[in-house]
Design a protein. Structure first.
Lengths: 436, 436
């Protein structure tokens, strides 16, 4: 198999696709090198790709000191620049985090490859055999903040799905990311794959990031991993296709027939088990007929959570602050919960329609009809009956691994696993059929 | 089931989603009315939706005169404005075209609904039952040129998949489109669905079109149906998610082991059967070792086709004009064919990599290894072995109907049928599970 991008036909002198643009500069050039490598990676066997990922795990384990040294440089600089505790926690690696990165890579390597899966197939009356086959996307772009563990996590998932990866981490993590990517590139070469199957954009300027988001014909799918501002920047600037890992303004609705013990457990878990993540709840909706019984007990249970509520809530919970329109529309990502008393399931569904971000929505109910109405009428990536929204996660739902949770509807919705890093190709076999 | 968008909870006074924007003006207002209707359509039974589509077919049949009268107004105006023959042909309706519209609607109504399909599902070790369920996208936006038959075709497919539809046809067809949409809206109401499940943007200005392409939070998926300029306008302006029905710069590669009789049939069919459409071929690639035998005979067969070729082609076909780089990059959509002689499959694959638009690519070969290499290495929506590229079409491949052929990789690739007008929702059932 020839892997050279140059071609021998007639007048063609350059191997690059005419659609890949002619933009000069380091960002486009880096992207084009990843694009060239993507052709090799896409048609390598899954055994070769898995071998590379295993080499990555070995290298990260063997050279953990290199990574930790580089990380210390980043951390020192960040401390000097006055980075806050949350930022530093995300930036800092330690032995345990390296082990998690290594373990993550080994698990991804051991998963079945999504590439080549025949999704479905059939035979036409004229004998044409039609198959829809899962194939790599090509070049996955990942733009992320602080956390350097995303570097190996994202590259591992992307390569497993047969793609090259173009990474753009934050300036604060540049030494760490460079050290990790150097190991990944070495591993690719020793596995017989091109080093450019993983490239890191070392220019961490905003200008370069915008250029990255606009590499049409080069980046097949851009995935932002980070906060609201990063996502908004992608929405504003990206001209390449992207999948948004958006806000999670999630709700729990406690229906009139709910098992209130169960509802209390689920509310506490969905709010407090890890309040800073997207699949935690931000608003509790309670059916008016159980508000007297449920609100005082759940308020006692939500120790440390600031409650804000509408008038009907505050009649039952005098300590709750008044909720503003803004409160209902906000993903707090912390120990604050908006509460509203609703007249019934219709009102709960309408509240979620108005304020929800389409991430994860849950109901607690014993009523089959209510569960059915909620799951069919609430338009979100995930709807959950009688369980915590915290389960809406690739790992917890059994996808094996995830690169994010999509809140958009096209291509991927909900937890994005390996399958969402691929696309479909129609493969049609005939024996001379022509159309009449 | 309450279908009102207003809610009864606490302080909420408006039923519209906070994410649907506050843009004033007729375009946004029209979009919001479709969005409200989309909630009703999405949860109506498929029987009710099918009933509406059947009423549409009946109404178009019964009131064909109204549509034809309106169309005559459009055609007269277009003639006065000096529209060319191709444009007029696309704009003009007649009895046969109305019958085709009616038949199309009846066929769509009779197809199985894609909504509610459980795509897959499994049970987690903790007992959580996970299902991925096919659900409507919400509001499908369609922007199209001239052809008024798209009005009923697109609305029918969209409603079948549980969506509301926002249409923007060209100014030249406004009277026809308005007449059709009036019938569709009447049909919705008499089927018990809201009229706003189909809305037509009657302001056909460019400004209104751009506003349409930017209705974030309202339009879930925008589908342009038209030429290169329309597609480029969507790429440039759209901020809502879209699926591009892009160019088809398609190739046929005649391998060294090809059955040359078959190759000749396929080349003629793929070029000449309907040269103006996206799945016709624009370039013929011929293995050097069969060029002497194949080129003269295929040239004789391609009566009326202007051939342009590289030097190696022109040695065999002295009448062929020299091909420019531009020729290989162009979708001619007419009786012109670029030809190149290549050293083998690698060179053919590389030529397609460089010039192809990712639509449909075909090989004629008797060699299993060549067929495998071609289908695995050519990155296009569809790869075809020993058959005409003209089969790459929703109807011909057995999807039952199509709203376009996607040349993008995310969400939909290749012919887009009903399934591509839906998305996925995770539905998770538990019995009190919380995350530890």
């Amino acid at each position: 198999m020839t892997t050279s991008p140059s071609i021998s036909a007639g007048r063609v002198t350059s191997g690059e696709p005419v659609g890949a643009g002619t933009a000069a500069g380091a960002v486009a050039s880096l992207g084009r090198s990843a694009r060239v490598a993507s052709r090799v990676v896409a048609t390598a066997s899954s055994g070769v790709r898995d071998g590379a990922i295993e080499r990555w795990a070995d290298a990260l384990e063997r050279h953990a000191d290199r990574i930790l040294d580089a990380n210390q440089t980043d951390v020192d600089r960040a401390v000097g620049a006055g980075m806050g505790a949350t930022g530093l926690d995300r930036l800092r690696l330690d032995g345990a985090r390296i082990v998690a990165m290594v373990t993550g890579l080994r698990r991804v390597a051991s998963m079945p490859s999504p590439v080549g899966e025949v999704v479905d197939g059939w035979v036409r009356p004229n004998g044409l055999r039609v198959e829809r086959v899962r194939v790599p996307l090509g070049v996955i772009g990942v733009i992320y903040e602080n956390r350097p563990n995303v570097t190996s996590d994202a590259a591992g998932l992307s390569l497993k799905a047969g793609n090259a990866t173009m990474l753009r981490g934050s300036g604060s993590a540049i030494a760490t990311n460079s050290a990790i990517v150097a190991l990944l590139r070495d591993g690719l070469v020793s596995a017989g794959l091109p080093a450019d199957a993983v490239v890191l954009l070392e220019d961490t300027s905003h200008r370069a990031a915008v250029e990255f988001m606009q590499l049409q014909g080069i980046v097949d799918c851009l995935i932002p991993r980070g906060g609201h501002e990063l996502v908004e920047s992608v929405r504003a600037h990206a001209t390449v296709p992207y999948v948004i890992d958006g806000d999670g303004n999630c709700h729990l609705y406690v229906d009139v027939t709910a098992d209130l013990d169960q509802a209390e457990e689920i509310a506490a878990n969905a709010k407090m088990q890890r309040p800073g993540v997207c699949n935690s709840i931000e608003t509790l909706l309670v059916h008016a007929d159980v508000a007297d019984a449920f609100l005082p007990r759940v308020a006692r249970r939500l120790v440390g959570v600031t409650l804000v509520g509408d008038e009907a809530t505050r009649r039952r919970l005098p300590d709750a602050e008044p909720a503003t329109e803004e409160d209902y529309a906000t993903e707090f990502l912390g120990m604050r919960l908006a509460v509203a008393v609703v007249d019934g399931l219709d009102a709960a569904v309408d509240h979620i329609y108005r304020y929800g971000s389409g991430h994860s929505e849950a109901i607690v109910t014993r009523d089959v009809a209510a569960a059915d109405a909620f799951t069919s009428r609430v338009d979100a990536a995930a709807v959950v009956v009688n369980a915590s929204t915290r389960f809406v996660d690739g790992e917890e739902l059994g996808l094996g691994a995830e690169i994010g949770i999509s809140t958009q509807k096209l291509h991927a919705r909900g937890p994005m696993g390996l399958r969402e890093l691929t696309c479909i190709r129609y493969v049609v076999h005939g024996n001379g059929q022509v159309r009449t």
